[in-house]
Design a protein around this ligand. Structure first.
Ligand code: 5GP
Ligand code: ZN
Length: 107
């Protein structure tokens, strides 16, 4: 989607520190980390927010959650991490392209 910063990151039009990528997702370091390990799991498909997921996205949603666990394990934060999705401006959402934060504290 035009003018969406996370679409641009997914398309490599904007640089980011990518830690993982597959056909459906890109995972990159948050530019302003709020924990020792802080990445964003972003579906390549532009979905505005969590509320727009529907039954056609069941596989994507499941993959996203399992990917959070995989990323946590690969980065050795699996014993101390948080998974968070902000929804709506008052809910802390600044970028209106669905993303999941992983905040982690390495052993
Ligand atoms: P939200 O508040 O929407 O849940 O989270 C958006 C996150 O994206 C924030 O933590 C912010 O620091 C991060 N962010 C915003 N712009 C960029 C960017 O251009 N590059 C990266 N890597 N992170 C960004
Ligand atoms: Zn987007």
């Amino acid at each position: 989607m035009e003018d969406c910063i996370f679409c641009k990151i997914a398309n490599k039009e904007i640089n980011s520190e990518i830690v993982y990528e597959d056909d459906d997702f890109v995972v990159f370091k948050d530019i302003k980390p709020k924990a020792p390990f802080h990445v964003l799991i972003v579906p390549k498909k532009h979905i505005k927010w969590l509320n727009d997921l529907d039954e056609n996205d069941l596989e994507l949603a499941g993959k996203m959650l399992l990917l959070a666990v995989k990323i946590a394990k690969e980065n050795k934060v699996e014993n101390a991490y948080q998974v968070k999705v902000h929804v709506g401006e008052k809910g802390g959402q600044e970028i209106f392209h669905l993303h999941m934060h992983i905040f982690g504290w390495p052993e």
